[in-house]
Design a protein. Structure first.
Length: 341
């Protein structure tokens, strides 16, 4: 099988995080509100509530609460996140973000997330997997890729909502395989549970989603994993990484935090220092282990630059998938084209 190979340092690039000691000298914050772009118990709401627990448990803040604003690939939460007013130290607000919110802003042809907020830090990520029913004729990823090359429109792949993390990952895989992304057939569902039901009902041929969520059904023999998006193999999932399959793509459904647009330099520095303290917290690291979240910490200017690059890369894939009404750039420097192998 011939593949077009791209160097795609995608959503899950691992960059050594700063667990610097500077943040430990910061005074305790006042009241913090964490705005979650998801309903309670869904998406990254659990991360927001874990953050609130760590902030108060480690005495980083006097009080911390979660405000839920589900809907529209994060558009509802973003619109409910006003520009900076007052001191962050007294009454701060942080917005949880991730790839769906980045994609949502691009699909809506709105200002990018990096432009409409103050990027603070990338915190954790969740690896993805591609699975099929145990009785599927797709025995390995090579079978899946062969169908994409032969006639991608004949195979429907399911995942969470259209334009979200799973959909973009499918587009990145198609791009790396040299497939015409306009022909990919993707079915988006409101939740991973609905997507899994569609797979078992035969409405989709394969499913993309959180790797850890598939482990019980893989162990029970009901699902067969074809690949994982991590840099290394995942315990409990006997499947190769995309890198092993000669697809230079490493991908995680990441979660980070943003500050309000227009923060002062002093408030922004204090908020980044607070994020540094969170990442260094043993309590937070224990929460990450318990939830199988991968720490992918990146903060301050490094995170902002990564977010700008990631937005461009995501926008390019969304355009190829036919999800954008306008597209004003042809290359964001996201891929290094390599000859057919």
């Amino acid at each position: 099988m011939h593949r077009r190979r791209f160097l795609v340092l995608a959503l899950g690039v691992m960059v050594a995080g700063g667990c610097g000691t500077g943040g430990s000298r910061a005074p305790m914050a006042g009241r913090l509100t964490l705005v979650a772009p998801a309903a309670r118990g869904q998406g990254w709401d659990r991360a927001a509530r874990a953050l609130a627990m760590v902030l108060t448990g480690d005495r980083m803040a006097r009080a911390a609460e979660v405000s839920n604003h589900p809907g529209g690939l994060g558009a509802s939460a973003l619109s409910a996140f006003p520009a900076a007013r007052g001191s962050f130290a007294r009454e701060g607000r942080m917005l949880l973000t991730g790839m769906p919110m980045i994609a949502g802003a691009e699909i809506a042809n709105a200002a990018s997330v990096a432009e409409s907020t103050t990027p603070l830090a990338r915190l954790v990520g969740d690896w993805a997997a591609l699975v099929v029913p145990a009785g599927s004729r797709l025995r390995a990823f090579e079978d899946f890729a062969a169908v994409l090359h032969r006639d991608p429109a004949t195979m429907t792949v399911g995942g969470r909502m259209e334009g979200g993390s799973d959909h973009v990952l499918y587009g990145m895989i198609g791009k790396c395989l040299g497939v015409d992304n306009r022909l990919l057939d993707y079915a988006g569902y409101a939740s991973g549970i609905e997507a899994a039901q569609a797979l078992h009902d035969g409405r989709v041929a394969a499913l993309l989603g959180s790797a850890r969520s598939f482990v019980p059904e893989i162990a029970a023999g009901r699902l067969r994993p074809l690949m994982v998006s991590s840099a290394e193999r995942i315990d409990g999932i006997d499947a190769p990484t995309l890198m092993e399959l000669d697809i230079r793509l490493e991908y995680t459904d990441w979660c980070g935090v943003l500050g309000p647009r227009g923060m002062s330099a002093e408030d922004r520095d204090a908020a980044v220092a607070l994020c540094d303290r969170i990442d260094a917290s043993p309590r937070w690291r224990a929460v990450c282990v318990a939830n199988s979240w991968n720490r992918v910490y990146l903060s301050g200017d490094d995170f902002r630059q990564w977010l700008v690059t990631e937005t461009g890369r995501t926008r390019e894939v969304l355009n190829e998938l036919g999800l954008l009404s306008t597209f004003s750039t042809s290359c964001w420097g996201s891929c290094v084209r390599r000859p057919y192998m």
